[in-house]
Design a protein around this ligand. Structure first.
Ligand code: HEM
Length: 175
């Protein structure tokens, strides 16, 4: 539950930061984008922990009242969210590692840890890096669109069970 809420808050904060970065005053943009990258890589670390935790501690079954369609929908949405929790930071990380400005703009994770870019990508020739940079930004943006749709389905589904069906859905994730 702690990992669920930590990842949820960090992802939503990172979406806001990613979308807002370009509209910030010029001297804030670098800090905002670097913070976005640090949050994203932290999410990746927490996602790995979360997956390991989940394998070691299978979650309780869904409530009895769920129809087969609701069960399928809930499991499919959760699986797709897991994929995106990895795909978003990894695509951003590849995009950033291929950036032509990487050499002149060192990125320190949380302003402290150096050399977090993917060395196999920073070592490629400039033309290949440029191609990877553009392609993986397109993936990053599309993964973000998929995230908006799935997050909406996930939140609306949880609220429907809580308030429409009268199940203890939020309590399940809070207590
Ligand atoms: C939780 C993980 C992440 C989420 C949810 C996320 C989400 C986003 C979103 C919504 C945007 C704006 C896309 C648009 O313009 O439509 C963005 C931009 C960007 N992201 Fe991420 N991202 C994540 C992780 C990362 C990571 C790990 C990196 C790099 C290490 C990264 C690098 C970038 C960069 C460089 C931009 C462009 C910022 C700009 O100059 O405007 N992201 N991201």
């Amino acid at each position: 539950m702690v990992l669920h809420w930590a990842v949820a808050v960090l992802i939503i904060g990172n979406v806001v930061l990613g979308l807002a970065a370009d509209s910030l005053p010029d001297d804030w943009i670098r800090t905002a984008v670097d913070t976005h990258k640090s949050i994203g890589l932290t999410v990746l670390g927490l996602a790995v922990l979360r997956l390991l935790w989940r394998f070691a501690n299978p979650p309780p079954p869904l409530p009895e009242g769920f129809s087969p369609l609701e069960r399928f929908g809930a499991h499919a949405a959760h699986a797709a969210l897991y994929v995106l929790i990895f795909a978003l930071p990894i695509s951003g990380w590849i995009h950033d590692s291929a950036w032509s400005g990487a050499a002149t703009h060192p990125f320190l994770l949380w302003g402290v840890v150096p050399h977090v870019r993917i060395a196999a990508i920073t070592a490629l020739d400039p033309a290949t890096r440029e191609q990877i940079h553009a392609t993986f930004f397109a993936f990053h943006v599309w993964f973000a669109y998929a995230l908006y749709a799935l997050l909406a389905a996930h939140i609306l589904g949880a609220l429907k069970h809580q308030f429409w069906d009268g199940e203890r859905e939020l309590q399940r994730m809070l207590s």
